[in-house]
Design a protein around this ligand. Structure first.
Ligand code: ZN
Length: 133
């Protein structure tokens, strides 16, 4: 079972409009429309560079896990998302290998794909998201 590619890199930000303007002004990258993710208390937007996206994550509530992340570690890289072919199969393999997951089973991400997060302490301090193609 393998990782196909990096799908996106999640970046925790305090102000999504400011970061979008930064990427536009400095790198001429166009950012997508902002989307609300109420269940995760986030507003997100994407910009894409040669097939790899940056996902800007702005907390809309101080109880959001991303708000807590920013409080503790400041703005910056929050997670890396890898694309996989069969997430259910991957999850059962991860469980067999003793890798801890944040969720028990995959759920639907904002783009409608099945996603799951691994516990950072199981992956050398990196929050890994897996996303089914
Ligand atoms: Zn993500």
């Amino acid at each position: 079972m393998k990782l196909n590619k990096i799908d996106h890199i999640g970046i925790a930000v305090k102000d999504i409009k400011e970061v979008s303007k930064f990427y536009k002004d400095v790198f001429d990258c166009q950012t997508s429309e902002e989307m609300e993710v109420p269940e995760r208390k986030l507003r997100i937007a994407f910009t894409e560079i040669s097939g790899v996206k940056l996902e800007f994550l702005m907390p809309t509530d101080k109880e959001s896990t991303v708000a807590k992340f920013i409080e503790k570690r400041g703005e910056g890289i929050h997670h890396i998302c890898f694309e996989v072919d069969d997430i259910e199969k991957m999850v059962s393999e991860l469980k067999n290998k003793g890798v801890e997951l944040v969720d028990e089973k995959p759920r639907l991400g904002v783009e409608g794909n099945k996603i799951i997060f691994l516990q950072p302490k199981s992956a050398y301090g990196v929050l890994i998201e897996l996303k089914e193609r």
